[in-house]
Design a protein around this ligand. Structure first.
Ligand SMILES: [Zn+2]
Length: 461
């Protein structure tokens, strides 16, 4: 009888906990766990040390490259050493593009010959071996390109659109300018251009080209080569064109698109103790461009989501729901990894209740943007007293992420948002190296993601 009363009491107590959601008792408990997570992240710097290895011993990881496979093997082994319940590789075919050895632009202006700092854009084809010798037309919008279509014929179109530094949120500046890199080559080809040179999309005034993908040419449009140019040389070229509109450039690129090759997503999970079928994804893309070391994009963020697994294991936190780390391959030039993962969970009718993506660099945490019903977002906002320990100030509606965006029926797709003032200084360029990562900033990010994953695992959505 006594025991029956006790169980009835217990049932009603746990029931009320569930419905009240986030009363003072669990707030205190969650705060303690968050403190433990943050202390361990900042003291042990496990993720920072792994990021060093990934950047310095392996380096950049363009989809389909040997280096990307080396990195995948390393991630698999590293995750196995963390001792979660499962680690596996999910096979997926990915496009293979190579830069080749030659990328050179020589400006011929009367008697002056000057080499400009350029780099082929992802998916670009090669020029003929002797290069493309052509005049140059500078344009600053697609409207201007259409207006001056007759002048563009046979020329190199130079998109010199400047990054708007007045945007406080640099991602808005990127969003504003990126169309010239992505769609510029197709639009220029439609106007009869021979090639494209695009001003790098960056917040840093130096001469380092920032690369990235271009859109695949439709069959109806002739493919033409495309390169990015460093900002100092973009200014020089613009000034030279004003002085001598008849100058020419010899552009040589040896980039090539090869046959698709086999690659992998890396997946690791800790099974939930109470609701193992409800899965919380922490994801990041593991490929990078072939410039620099892919440190902020997206090496360190990939290591952050790997570190979430390690944090749960090393602190012996047993989540009620399953925590699954997914390193997606091929976000930069195809999204094949994300599509394969989405297809896989669809085929098994898995319930991925939430997914958190880290793909905005490994800087100081600021907030989380969430694609979800407003009731879900309100619920998450109640967790800010716990999240703010890792410097998360806000949870608000917004974009989740490119990779997790493929997951259907999740209750919440969540983007981790760190400070972005320095991200486009390094993005897709030789500037994106390990030395640009600050251990404390990165580790607070790992902690923020781990705390949010933990809260979802305990409270559901
Ligand atoms: Zn990225």
């Amino acid at each position: 009888m006594k025991s029956l009363i006790f169980s009835l009491l217990f049932i009603s107590f746990s029931g009320s906990l569930y419905t009240q959601s986030f009363n003072n008792n669990n707030l205190k408990h969650y705060s303690n766990i968050a403190d433990e997570i943050i202390t361990s992240s900042l003291n042990d710097t496990v993720g920072y040390n792994l990021a060093r290895y990934l950047c310095k011993n392996i380096g950049s990881r363009l989809s389909g490259s040997e280096n990307s496979l080396k990195a995948i093997k390393w991630a698999e082994k590293t995750l196995i050493d963390m001792n979660p319940d499962t680690v596996w590789l999910q096979p997926v075919m990915v496009p293979r593009w190579i830069r080749g050895n030659v990328e050179k632009a020589v400006l011929l202006n009367n008697n002056l010959e000057k080499t400009l700092n350029v780099a082929a854009l992802g998916r670009s084809i090669a020029t003929p071996e002797e290069g493309i010798n052509a005049g140059v037309i500078e344009v600053n919008s697609f409207e201007e390109l259409i207006e001056r279509k007759n002048e563009a014929k046979g020329k190199i179109v130079f998109f010199n659109y400047r990054f708007k530094n007045s945007f406080v949120e640099t991602f808005n500046g990127y969003g504003d300018a990126v169309k010239f890199r992505v769609d510029g080559p197709i639009e220029a080809s439609k106007a009869g251009a021979a090639a494209v040179i695009t001003r790098s999309i960056t917040t840093k005034y130096d001469n380092v080209p920032h690369v990235g993908t271009i859109r695949t040419f439709p069959d109806s449009v002739k493919e033409i080569p495309a390169a990015a140019i460093g900002l100092i040389d973009a200014e020089f070229l613009s000034k030279s064109l004003k002085e001598n509109p008849g100058l020419t450039i010899n552009l040589k690129l040896s980039a090539r698109n090869l046959k698709e090759v086999l690659s992998y997503n890396v997946i690791a999970e800790i099974k939930g103790t109470e609701k193992p079928d409800e899965i919380i994804v922490v994801g990041s893309h593991f490929d990078s461009w072939d410039k620099g070391e892919g440190a902020h994009d997206d090496g360190a963020p990939s290591v952050q989501v790997m570190e979430v697994i390690d944090i749960f294991k090393r602190l012996n936190i047993k989540p009620k729901r399953t925590i699954r780390c997914v390193l997606f391959i091929n976000e930069e030039n195809g999204l094949r990894g994300a599509l394969k993962y989405a297809e896989y969970i669809d085929s098994l009718k898995e319930n991925n209740i939430a997914a958190i993506e880290s793909d905005r660099g490994a800087f100081t945490p600021r907030g989380f943007t969430v694609e979800a019903d407003s009731s879900v977002i309100s619920k998450m906002q109640k967790w800010i007293p716990v999240l703010e320990k890792s410097l998360i100030d806000w949870v608000k509606p917004g974009h989740g992420g490119a990779d997790i965006g493929q997951i259907k029926n999740a209750k919440a797709l969540i983007g981790f948002v760190p400070d972005a003032q320095r991200y486009f200084d390094v993005h897709h360029s030789d500037n994106d190296v390990f030395e640009e990562i600050n251990a404390r900033e990165m580790e607070l990010g790992s902690a923020a993601i781990a705390i949010l994953a933990y809260l979802i695992s305990e409270e559901g959505l």
